[in-house]
Design a protein around this ligand. Structure first.
Ligand code: NAD
Ligand code: UD1
Length: 346
């Protein structure tokens, strides 16, 4: 077995946030092994990350629910820790297929934690979501705000958070850094990697960029009667490159603890909310593209406003988002216009 304390297992590393994080990890001097079943990603993303960092990346195609396959990976490599992105993330699909979501997101995480425990790898960075806060009672949302979810996707994240809390209580060896992402958008500045949704996007930024590139005709804005600045929903959009850097900082934080921290929830957001109309206007201005839109009914399950207090990330990790909405729009557009069909050739 190799002995490399700088080595990180990245589950779901072929996906949107994982691929950007692999670049940030490489730049910070970590060695990466990607483990992904490619259920929502393609090998082309890994090829592009390899060419951006200028060296091949070790990739194992496998499912996090497959303990034997994971054991082979943990036997072959000695990891300092795991960044665990692997999971399913479409809210609507989770309502239609709850068992698939609980199986992937909850059972898969349990299997991964069991194998980590067997191999005494006790540093984990987990992809949680601001969705665990449900409809917030106060803004900005801090890490002690009440948690509640209304759909199976959100529930699966919340259940994993509870599992991690119980695990930390039962055994004091764990560093379980639980990152709650707000709304990740944008792409690597090279335009080589970015978000590549299957079918019609559910999320706002990829929908806007597909309208801009002519794949979709117009944006439906879900509701203009919210109690917000202009009646449209407000969210805390965060550039994926800032998010990626947050994972590196979380690992460094775990590395520097003399006593393990147990379960540590940390928001990753900018602390600033933008409305749908503000994002549409910014995208049109930055890119020079027209974004036709119409107002439609509110989307079921949507909330009016959601933005983070990012103070804890700054205090504990020394992390702060640096990219603006303009950067987010420009980088999304570069990726979308250079890759109108995403990672597919056409
Ligand atoms: P993504 O779908 O692009 O990436 C997830 C990756 O995990 C994919 O490559 C997929 O093939 C892989 N995967 C899924 N199930 C797997 C399994 N059982 N075994 C092995 N690999 C599996 O999604 P993303 O946007 O990069 O999100 C990464 C993580 O962050 C997810 O856990 C998601 O729930 C969470 N998250 C995402 C957002 C967001 O808006 N993108 C917000 C909050 C939290
Ligand atoms: C959605 C998910 C949430 C997930 C998050 C990040 C729902 C109900 N929630 O949140 O669980 O964590 O994505 O992946 O799906 N909008 C439009 N038109 C569109 C798309 C979106 O007007 O075509 C609006 C929405 O009403 C919202 C804002 O844009 O006000 C952002 O939407 P979206 O990108 O889907 O993110 P969230 O709703 O925050």
């Amino acid at each position: 077995m190799e002995n490399n304390k700088n080595k990180i297992l990245v589950t779901g590393g072929a996906g949107y946030i994982g691929s950007h994080t692999c670049i940030a990890l490489h730049e910070a001097g970590y060695e990466i092994v990607i483990y992904d079943n490619l259920s929502n990603s393609s090998k082309e993303a890994i090829n592009r990350v390899s060419s951006l960092i200028g060296k091949p990346i070790e990739f194992i195609e496998g499912d996090i629910r497959d303990a034997e396959s994971l054991r082979k990976v943990f036997t072959a490599h000695q990891f300092f820790g795991v960044i665990h992105f692997a999971g399913l993330k479409a809210v609507g699909e989770s309502v239609a297929k709850p068992l698939m979501y609980y199986s992937n997101n909850v059972s898969g995480t349990i299997t991964l934690l069991e194998v980590m425990a067997e191999y005494k790898v006790t540093n984990l960075v987990f992809s949680s979501s601001a969705t665990v806060y449900g409809d917030p009672e106060t803004l900005p949302i801090n890490e002690s705000s009440k948690r509640s979810c209304t759909n199976p996707y959100g529930q699966s994240k919340l259940v994993v958070e509870h599992i991690l809390e119980d695990l930390a209580t039962s055994n004091k060896q764990w560093n379980l850094i639980n990152l709650r992402y707000f709304n990740p958008v944008g792409a690597h500045t090279s335009g080589q990697i970015g978000e590549d949704p299957n079918d019609i996007p559910n999320n706002l930024m990829p929908y806007i960029s597909q309208v801009a590139v002519g794949k979709l005709t117009k944006l439906n804005i879900f509701g203009n009667d919210y109690p917000t600045v202009d009646g449209t929903g407000v969210r805390d959009y965060i550039h994926v490159t800032d998010l990626a850097k947050g994972h590196v900082d979380a690992l460094r934080y775990a590395e520097h603890q003399t006593t393990p921290v147990g379960f540590m929830p940390i928001n990753l957001g900018t602390g600033k909310g933008s409305s749908v109309l503000e994002l549409v206007t910014a995208f049109a201005e930055v890119t020079g593209q027209k974004i036709p839109y119409q107002f439609t009914a509110r989307r079921a399950g949507d909330i009016a406003s959601c933005y983070a207090s990012a103070d804890k990330a700054k205090q504990l990790l020394g992390w702060e988002a640096t990219h603006t909405i303009t950067d987010m729009c420009a980088d999304t557009w570069r990726w979308q216009s250079m890759n109108p069909y995403g990672y597919k050739a056409s």
